[in-house]
Design a protein around this ligand. Structure first.
Ligand code: F6R
Length: 593
């Protein structure tokens, strides 16, 4: 959940790290800090607040070996003391850490009670620095490895020792990538901090560590054995992580959707058998595990696969799935859906399914991520980096990918052909729709509302869930997503003349039913905003505002119906002056349970 940037090279690593941290702010932004080596001393500068506050504390310092961190608090409040880096007791070592050290309390007890170590912070991370000091007898790498053998949990760690011109890092459960420049090296949670310096990377795998020294790097396992690792080239450039004139990343990413939708299906429609999933058995069932927005995409997948391919689909919140006794069978296809590919609960769910011997695959955006690696097969979204904390383009690409999965499972060539044709037309339709200014006008009318309801039936129910999640996470306005037909069983009590209800409806089997639900709201003086692809007289009379969306086939309708909801959330949050790309309490990549 936190972001790490470290630098070893001939340039000023402090400015490089600060710039890099800004690009990782999506991973956490409640405190930040850095440590650097100068004349065999480690200096730490850190503070509560965002990277801009940390930049304000820098007074022209320069250094060639730097570790830095932006935090999303798990253990201990976001304050100066708990901010990373953390010193060892004797200030010989500094560390930054992303993840959770599960046995930190036991280790701390032992170090304080038996060896009189003094801890400064409330964090689980500080114990890492003390342990390295405890084991250090002149060999930094050895002490680091001994520390690794003691800690349990998830971590990406980078450490610095005042007597060694080295950076040592290790990964287990939290991503770390090495950037290999010209006589300079970078370590980061993802490649964005160093994209303007190098595109050559090595993604550390689980239980790998790296030692970086002058003009040299080595990758080893946790026992210290040297490993042969492959360098990869990042497939996108710096423009993918810049706002490119948009006010926020979220707005940029909403507008990228014509391209990201296309990039998701390109090269896959001609040979749907080759989408990247090999089944060990005939499958009886599909189990989709995901969190948040990805979970909503999974629900859409269920509607599509069950209706069009007659295969039962179960959709699970990964965080729930893990801790009950999930009924899984080797004939299940268990698929993880994740933008980041790092969500801890989704990753663990896949590990569980693998243990049971199920067919396993992923629908993932970030290449080389933990979930992508753990699944070993599946569909990459190719949506490019998603930086706005609220997921937008990844969601619509997930719906495209779930359509591809449906085509793969369906096997009917006529159906496959029909959907492929419709998919090909979709980017242009989305592009046209994005020129529409109507949503902005509607946001101006309702941005002060205290509460919103999002209602839909059938495939538009998960769309309603996604619309309400988007609105609440970036505008902080309470919002409820509900199946329109269920409203009379409770949430109808919320309707009054101040509460806007957003109905999402498509001209399909439940169209008339949803109109009846609109009457229920109208007769209680509720305000109605209607998102629909077909407007009849009744809707014209019922709705206070209508957002007309182009007609597309049912399977793709969640894509075109979600885009106005993304825009509504965006403009409502903007009119309320919210920090759209970094909403309070949230972080992009949830690598903790
Ligand atoms: C909402 C949002 C989150 C994520 C969730 C899962 O806009 O971004 O709800 O969808 O944390 O993340 P991934 O897809 O990375 O596993």
């Amino acid at each position: 959940m936190c972001g790490i940037v470290a630098y070893y090279g001939h340039q000023n690593g402090i400015s490089i790290s600060l710039k890099g941290l800004k690009r990782l702010e999506y991973r956490g932004y409640d405190s930040a800090g850095l440590a650097f080596l100068e004349n065999n001393q480690i200096n730490i500068i850190k503070n509560k607040g965002k990277i801009k506050d940390l930049i304000g504390l820098i007074n022209g310092e320069q250094a060639n070996i730097v570790i830095s961190h932006t935090r999303w608090a798990t253990h201990g409040q976001p304050n100066h003391i708990n901010a990373h880096p953390h010193f060892s007791m004797d200030h010989s070592i500094a560390i930054v850490h992303n993840g959770i050290i599960e046995n930190h309390a036991d280790l701390k007890k032992e170090l304080t009670e038996k060896y009189n170590y003094k801890f400064q912070s409330e964090t689980d991370s500080e114990v890492i620095a003390h342990l390295i000091q405890f084991f250090y007898q002149g060999n930094f790498e050895e002490a680091f490895r001994k520390m690794l053998s003691k800690i349990e949990g998830a971590f990406g760690i980078v450490a610095l020792h005042k007597k060694h011109n080295e950076l040592i890092c290790a990964r287990k459960g939290s991503p770390l990538v090495l950037g290999l420049g010209e006589n300079e090296y970078f370590i980061a949670s993802d490649p964005s901090p160093f994209l303007d310096h190098t595109k050559n990377v090595i993604y550390l795998e689980e239980k790998q560590m790296a030692i970086i020294s002058e003009n040299h790097y080595e990758v080893k396992d946790f026992n210290g054995l040297n490993l042969d690792v492959e360098m990869e080239e990042i497939p996108f450039g710096i423009e993918a992580i810049q706002k490119q004139g948009f006010k926020h990343f979220m707005l940029k990413e909403i507008n990228e959707q014509p391209n990201t939708i296309r990039d998701c299906f390109t090269g896959k429609l001609r040979n749907i058998e080759g989408i990247g999933i090999k089944l060990k058995t005939n499958i009886q069932r599909v189990v989709l595990v995901a969190c948040g927005t990805s979970y909503h995409a999974a629900l859409i997948g269920k509607y599509i696969i069950e209706k069009k391919s007659n295969i039962p689909v179960i959709v699970e919140h990964a965080s729930e799935f893990r801790y009950r006794k999930p009924m899984l069978f080797p004939s299940d296809l268990v698929m993880a859906i994740s933008q980041s590919g790092e969500t801890a609960d989704t990753l663990e769910a896949i590990r569980l399914a693998k243990k049971i011997g199920c067919n396993v695959a992923g629908i993932v955006n970030v290449t080389g991520s933990s979930i992508a690696k753990e699944c070993g097969q599946g569909i990459y979204l190719h949506a490019g980096p998603e930086i706005g904390v609220a997921s937008t383009k990844a969601f619509t690409s997930q719906v495209v990918a779930l359509n591809l999965l449906n085509l793969f499972l369906n096997k009917n060539p006529y159906y496959q052909y029909e959907i492929a044709e419709e998919l090909r037309k979709l980017p242009k339709i989305v592009e046209e729709f994005l020129k529409n200014e109507k949503v902005k006008e509607i946001a101006k009318k309702y941005f002060f509302a205290k509460h919103f309801l999002f209602l839909g039936r059938d495939i538009n129910f998960p769309v309603a869930l996604e619309g309400s999640l988007k609105l609440k996470e970036i505008s902080y306005i309470p919002a409820e997503g509900y199946p329109a037909g269920e409203m009379k069983h409770g949430p109808i009590a919320l309707i009054d003349s101040e509460t806007p209800s957003i109905f999402i409806l498509t001209k399909d089997e439940v169209y008339e039913k949803v109109i009846s639900n609109m009457h229920e709201v109208k007769s209680r003086q509720g305000k109605i905003i209607c998102i629909c692809d077909h407007v009849n007289e009744e809707i014209e009379q019922l709705a206070d505002d209508i957002i007309f969306v182009p007609k597309v086939i049912w399977e793709l309708s969640p894509i075109i119906n979600t885009i106005p909801l993304q825009l509504l959330a965006y403009y409502t949050a903007d009119l309320n002056n919210r920090e759209i790309d970094q909403p309070r309490n949230l972080a992009k990549s949830v690598t903790v349970e």
